[in-house]
Design a protein. Structure first.
Length: 181
């Protein structure tokens, strides 16, 4: 992917250097999130990490409202599923605000405003990775034998399983999967 394209006589010419998909997605989403007071959308993308899995399943950040010309001490408008959760969130509001501000590294939010409304259904769970064959499993374990950090090892193992897993259907990859060393 490139950071930009220019058109010359109907032809696209590469301009710039290769960038990650994440960078391109943030460029596209920043204006959309900005209109809702969500800066670059980090609070939406990282909500499960900030609020924890239980709260994240039942609430979504809707927008952050700041005083004119300010980017601190905002009010987070939080969409909460109908029921008693809004009352519970009121009790843990100081803790939640502390977690939000700790995530951003500055005092972005000073207050919460809860809106009780139905939430969209959660995204479907990803399909489990098919098991590896004995050779691939042994190779993966040998490759990760020297990794001492258990968290890093778990992430690398998941990545390795996804890369080494056999393709489910030929149609998804456009043909036979490539030979992997």
């Amino acid at each position: 992917m490139t950071s930009g394209h220019t058109s010359r006589g109907g032809k696209f010419v590469r301009a710039g250097r290769a960038v990650t998909l994440n960078t391109l997605a943030r460029r596209v989403m920043r204006p959309l999130f900005g209109k809702r007071g969500l800066a670059d959308g980090r609070i939406v993308a990282d909500w499960a990490e900030i609020a924890g899995p239980l709260l994240a399943r039942s609430s979504r950040p809707a927008r952050i409202a700041f005083a004119t010309g300010e980017r601190t001490d905002g009010t987070l408008h939080l969409k909460v599923a109908p029921g008693g959760l809004a009352t519970e969130i009121q009790h843990i509001e100081p803790l939640l605000i502390e977690r939000i501000n700790g995530h951003f590294g500055y005092r972005a939010v000073a207050r919460l405003h809860m809106i009780q409304a139905p939430l969209p259904p959660p995204p479907p769970e990803p399909e489990p990775t098919p098991p590896l064959g004995p050779e691939a499993e042994a190779k993966l374990q040998r490759t990760l034998a020297d990794v001492k950090d258990s968290g890093l090892r778990a992430k690398l193992e998941a990545l390795g399983r996804a890369v080494l897993a056999p393709a489910k259907t030929k149609g998804k990859t456009g043909g036979n999967p490539p030979n992997r060393p």
